[in-house]
Design a protein around this ligand. Structure first.
Ligand code: FAD
Length: 534
């Protein structure tokens, strides 16, 4: 087993993780940044483009109001205030790091040539990665964290396996969790494939509660053609059409008379639910055949134009898809979780968005709370340096994790179900039973079907270490799906992104509350709790 010691460990190299590492590094402390893949790769950040934050035409009051209105009463007020107050400065920090940001609409975008073929998020990641190389931050791409090391109520580091399958024990005074969301646990999603909610599982297993996991935001249109990746369709030019199998105009049926783009901006959830229900009855198509030539020369349709698929010649399959998780781990105003030494930032965190996310607020959240987590982790380490030495004898800790490694790798007899097939089954179960429109009977059926899948997962025989990772993915994905199904059963109303067909109205009297998820004896317990006063 490889052992590394550092002052601050950052898990995840999306925007939240990188900004927290860059911020913490200024202190001169030792910072280690780890991620599953190459730095910045496999992140949802690399697909994003727009920051919402106050600018010369959009005030802080406007930003606050828009965020709270979208969150439908479930936002954590203290966190929203920080987001709004510090948003412009956090975006400004990106400019200092070499990403030129300009004002646009309700916030900022990267200043890039109009005919640029590069996704803005990919460009941010490239620039920030270069920036990291000029600092003392130690990078360890290819390390998947499987456990947080917790002793006597404090986090002391993390344990994982490197891509060469070597086990790693990382001792760290503070840890920043920046592992992103969990969109890819659903069959239809526009996230990166590996965004499977590892951070949520790590937090639950470390004894932390999670909140509001049942609030999952969808985007109405992603590509659903079998051999193409499910890319989000952001362009909505004049002349586009939404059709069913019979060629009937679905937008018309929904009462959308104007531009579909406007409907995506103003009725995203309604459109997602409508298309989800339409797609249960038959295929849904997007038709761009009537667009003028010049539309294909502009971003992002110029991407589709380059594809071998005949997007210009015939309508193609589309579907709504899971886009973002509003729920997650709780933090205080310093970005610290309820577990001393563990900080969190980015999509893994709960609270800012409430029952739904205002567009552009996710990356602003990453910037604001990434920087904050970096600063607070430094403060925490400094205090620890003054107050005490290590809580646990290093040798004792090594031995404990050597034993755990052996337990992980112990060969077991079992029935062989291929983990990849099981993951596919889990993801389609999530989409079918916890998709954009939910109801009691289907949620209960989902739980029954999941219980059977869980038994099959238990019996998976990890023949190689890669299978071991896959088995871990299956266990944590199953746990998350169970949480969402249970939380959705408990919430008998509709609010924000959360829609129950059998309870279509908002019910403030009974459900203006946050949902709290805790891992009990191997099972998930879900309760409602009053919204904390912020
Ligand atoms: C297609 C798309 C477009 C979007 N557009 C916008 C937009 O324009 N504006 C906006 O505000 N939001 C947008 N969002 C949402 C936004 O991109 C994300 O919420 C945000 O980027 C998440 O950043 P993050 O740093 O929290 O996580 P990510 O960027 O997703 O990074 C997560 C990191 O954690 C690592 N990781 C995970 N688990 C482990 C583990 N066990 N061990 C080690 N490393 C691990 C991953 O490898 C990765 O490096 C979009 C999302 C999508 C999917």
């Amino acid at each position: 087993m490889e052992e590394i010691s550092t002052d601050i460990l950052v898990i995840g190299s999306g925007l939240a993780g990188i900004l927290s590492a860059l911020e913490a590094e200024k202190s001169g402390l030792n910072i280690l940044l780890v991620s599953k893949f190459a730095i910045g790769m496999g992140t949802n950040t690399s697909m994003a483009s727009t920051f919402t934050a106050a600018n010369s035409r959009f005030s802080k009051e406007d930003h606050f109001r828009a965020t709270m209105e979208t969150g439908k009463g479930l936002n954590q007020l203290n966190l929203v205030k920080i987001l709004v107050e510090q948003g412009p400065e956090a975006v400004g920090r990106l400019t200092k790091y070499g990403i030129p940001m300009v004002e646009k609409g309700m916030g900022y975008v990267m200043d890039q040539p109009k005919d640029s073929f590069q996704m803005p998020g990919v460009l941010w990641m490239k620039i920030l990665k270069e920036r990291l190389k000029t600092t003392s931050v130690r990078l360890l791409p290819g390390l998947t964290i499987l456990d947080l090391v917790v002793e006597e109520g404090e986090v002391l580091g993390a344990f994982g396996f490197f891509r060469d399958e070597k086990p790693y024990l990382i001792r760290s005074t503070a840890v920043i969790l920046a592992t992103g969301g969990a969109g890819a646990i659903f069959q239809r999603n526009d996230n990166q494939k590996s965004i499977l909610g590892d951070g949520y599982a790590l937090a639950l297993q470390a004894g932390l509660p999670l909140f509001d996991l049942e609030f999952v935001q969808c985007y109405p249109f992603v590509l659903a053609e079998p051999r193409l990746s499910s890319v989000i369709l952001l362009a909505h030019p004049k002349g586009e059409r939404l059709l069913n199998e019979k060629g009937e105009d679905l937008a018309e049926a929904l009462g959308i008379t104007g531009n579909i783009h406007h409907a995506v901006m103003t009725q995203r959830d309604r459109l997602s639910i409508f298309l989800y229900e339409a797609s249960q009855k038959g295929d849904v198509y997007y038709d761009l055949t009537q667009l003028p030539e010049e539309a294909w020369n502009r971003f992002p349709l110029n991407f589709l134009k380059k594809s071998k698929f005949p997007f210009r010649e015939r309508p193609f399959l589309i579907s709504p898809a899971v886009h973002f998780f509003m729920g997650g781990v709780g933090i205080d105003e310093k970005g610290m979780t309820a577990l001393p030494g563990l900080f969190a930032a980015g999509e893994v965190v709960w609270g800012v968005h409430g029952a739904n996310r205002h567009g552009g607020n996710a990356v602003t959240e990453c910037a604001v709370f990434g920087i904050l987590a970096g600063q607070s982790a430094v403060e925490y380490v400094r205090q620890k340096q003054v107050s005490q030495g290590p809580l646990v004898n290093p040798e004792v800790l090594s031995k404990r994790w050597e034993r755990k490694t052996k337990a992980y790798l112990r060969k077991r007899r079992g029935v062989f179900d291929h983990p990849r097939d099981l993951l596919k089954e889990l993801r389609s179960l999530a989409w079918k039973h916890a998709g954009p429109a939910r109801e009691e009977s289907s949620l209960k059926e989902g739980l029954d079907a999941l219980a059977i899948l869980e038994k099959r997962i238990e019996r998976v025989y990890p023949a190689t270490r890669s299978d071991l990772f896959r088995k871990r993915d299956l266990e944590s994905v199953a746990l998350l799906i169970k949480s969402i199904l249970k939380g959705s059963l408990l919430r008998k109303e509709s609010r924000g992104s959360f829609y129950r067909k059998d309870y279509p109205d908002k019910d403030d009297q009974n459900y203006l509350k946050n949902t709290c998820y805790r891992l009990g004896k191997g099972d998930i317990e879900v309760t409602l709790r009053p919204i904390p006063k912020g």
